[in-house]
Write a protein that binds this ligand. Structure first.
Ligand SMILES: *Cc1c(COP(=O)(O)O)cnc(C)c1O
Length: 371
């Protein structure tokens, strides 16, 4: 794709990579796939990614907010859509009317939904969230069977699924995850003894999909892996997965400045000799952290970002790229001439995780798609 001279900064998404990543995870797990496309598909674009994921064989779409679910419904997706977290009760009616599956974890939610559905002759599809050790949302595994029994007998609501979420599946030490897995298995077992069998049982995020064969049940909820990004440094994707996102910009000015010249706000960088400096129209308002140590690729070579990151621009040092010229493509994330900067490289630089790097690319950066 060539957007030079057309955009200051832009993101390119390879949808065939996402499609293939979904196919790989489906084969690897042998389970149904819920493609997690919350937060605008981790910055990749919810509607486009959802399409690619479905082509790759995803059966469900998972989101974090009711607004995200409705965006997909309104875009015409007929697939099952699940809101992984909280839905304010004011939105229950639109969730039910749009056949969005909801997560529940207390009797009040179930009562509200049951009343709503009984009075409007509709059915809410509910998944019971069991807290097996994440201590985030969910009914404690100790009380889950009781609430599940309650749910299974309520009218107006369908007990469509039961799920849990792992806190540490991406770590080398799998003992804490085994404990969560055991607790969840015990809940499922107790429900079976009462002949309560919700259709969908799901527990695994990307990391657990790789590390916990016993926790695949009949569906895995996968986010980071479908984007071709590693769950963590201790939980790397197997061969075959491809990162889908590249982030680029256009080099907009190149100049030679003499020794002793300050660069950018606060003159935090001062040239020590005659230096070739480039200006790139991307800054912290686009999602580049205002930190030291950033680098980009120009003509297949690494160029350090110098001075402070501005809101809309950065300056780079081009001594290693003598041929650099106005109009050159600058790579922030992605490949160029055999060199690569990954979201993981940037995460390490910023002291965060690759998830936050891609989610942090702001909406003003246009996204372009390749099939
Ligand atoms: C975000 C999320 C996922 C996906 O996690 P990845 O690590 O991106 O695969 C799965 N389940 C729940 C409940 C989530 O919030």
């Amino acid at each position: 794709m060539h957007f030079l001279n057309e955009h200051s900064s832009w993101v390119e998404i390879d949808l065939s990579a996402i499609e293939e990543n979904v196919r790989i995870i489906k084969t690897l797990t042998g389970a149904n796939v819920m493609a997690v496309v919350k937060a605008n598909a981790y910055g990749h674009g919810a509607v486009q990614v959802a399409n690619a994921a479905i082509k790759g064989g995803a059966a469900w779409l998972g989101v974090a907010r009711i607004e995200e679910a409705l965006e997909l419904r309104n875009a015409g997706f007929k697939q099952n859509i699940f809101v992984l977290g909280y839905i304010p009760p004011a939105h229950y009616k639109s969730a039910v009317d749009n056949q969005i599956s909801l997560a529940v974890w207390d009797a009040d939610q179930i009562d509200l939904l049951s009343n709503l559905c009984c009075s409007s002759n509709t059915t809410a599809r509910l998944h019971l969230n069991v807290d097996t050790g994440m201590s985030r949302l969910g009914i404690s595994n100790k009380m889950a069977v009781e609430l599940a029994s309650y749910l299974s007998e309520k009218s107006g609501v369908e007990f469509e699924g039961i799920f849990t979420h792992f806190a540490r599946a991406d770590e080398r030490d799998q003992v804490p995850t085994e404990l969560q897995e055991d607790r969840f298995l015990a809940v499922i077992d107790d429900l079976h003894k009462k002949n309560i069998r919700p259709q969908w049982v799901h527990a695994s995020n990307s990391a657990a999909s790789i590390n916990r064969p016993l926790a695949r049940f009949n569906m895995v909820r996968v986010g980071i892996s479908i984007y071709g990004l590693h769950p963590s440094p201790d939980c790397m994707l197997p061969d075959g997965f491809q990162p889908a996102l590249s982030w680029k910009a256009t080099l907009c000015q190149v100049k030679e400045i003499p020794p002793g010249t300050g660069v950018g706000y606060g003159h935090e960088y001062i040239t020590s000799k005659n230096e070739k400096i480039g200006t790139v129209p991307v800054g912290y308002a686009d999602g580049i952290r205002r930190m030291k140590g950033n680098r980009v690729l120009v003509r297949g070579r690494a160029a350090p970002v110098i001075g402070r990151v501005c809101m809309d621009q950065i300056m780079i040092q081009l001594d290693e790229v003598p041929s650099a010229n106005v109009g050159d493509e600058v790579v922030i994330i992605g490949c160029q001439g055999g060199e690569r900067i990954s979201a993981e490289n940037i995460a390490q630089r910023w002291g965060t995780i690759n998830y936050e790097v891609v989610c942090g690319i702001n909406t003003r950066v246009p996204r372009f798609y390749q099939d």
